[in-house]
Design a binder for this molecule. Structure first.
Ligand code: 5GP
Length: 234
């Protein structure tokens, strides 16, 4: 049975992963893996659409039962990718998209090998750390010393992650989120390129070997006519 590709989008907080994910999903057919989290919903967020919102106890139960492909703690909350739906959709030959933070992506890299999954890792970066800082400072709705400390901590973490990516880091692609439309186009290109890989093109190769008997017969006739000097004006 055909197996789909697992696309893992990751990058620093504030880099615009969520926006890019939504734009990519509008343009390419991908199954978006809805994460589970212990953080409370923000206004407008819906259970089963944005996240599966669960209690910490429930989350830990599921960790214990090995129900996650990966899970990580982020700003005092837990986040995880439920394993079963991801595997189910990949098995059906559908492509799956994860949008997760960097620690989780590392776990997926290890598991993907173990589980024999075809995974593509995409690292989203800001144009610069200064630009990321500007975005984070403007994004924080509640100001105050604590929030500002959190921004500083996130910048520091982003810096470490980018340095790690620079020295390998296991990413297949790097997308700079400067001009939103350009970054979206680049993601679309990555998805389409992965779909054109030979391992996924068995159908196309098999089809390319096919011959149409009727058309072949016609071509035989034309070939005979050409052999007899047809079409040369003689
Ligand atoms: P937020 O709370 O702002 O929705 O998400 C915080 C961070 O958690 C973001 O960087 C987001 O990409 C990441 N995240 C969302 N779902 C998951 C998940 O299932 N696993 C991991 N490791 N990170 C996640």
């Amino acid at each position: 049975m055909a197996e789909g590709t697992l696309f893992v989008m990751t990058g620093a907080s504030g880099v615009g992963k969520g926006t890019l994910r939504k734009r990519l999903l509008e343009r390419e057919k991908l199954f978006y893996s809805i994460s589970m989290t212990t953080r409370p919903p923000r206004p407008g967020e819906r259970h089963g659409v944005d996240y599966w919102f669960v209690s910490r106890e429930r989350f830990l139960e599921l960790v214990e039962a090995k129900k996650f492909l990966e899970h990580a703690s982020y700003v005092n909350n837990l986040y995880g990718t439920p394993l079963d739906p991801v595997l189910r959709h990949l098995k059906r030959g559908e492509d799956v998209l994860l949008e997760i933070e960097v620690q989780g992506a590392k776990q997926v890299r290890e598991k993907a090998e173990e589980l024999g999954l075809d995974a593509v890792f995409i690292f989203i970066v800001p144009p610069s750390l200064t630009e990321l800082r500007r975005r984070l400072l403007f994004r924080e709705s509640q100001r105050g010393p604590d929030k500002l400390k959190e921004v500083a901590a996130r910048i520091k973490r982003a810096e470490e992650e980018i340095k790690e990516a620079l020295s390998g880091g296991g990413f297949d692609y790097v997308v700079i989120n400067d001009v939103l439309e350009e970054a979206t186009q680049e993601l679309v290109t990555i998805v389409r390129a992965a779909r054109l890989k030979r391992e996924r093109r068995r159908d196309a190769l098999e089809r390319a070997l096919e011959r149409d008997p009727e058309l072949e017969a016609e071509l035989d006739e034309i070939e005979r006519w050409l052999m007899q000097g047809g079409g040369t004006g003689n």
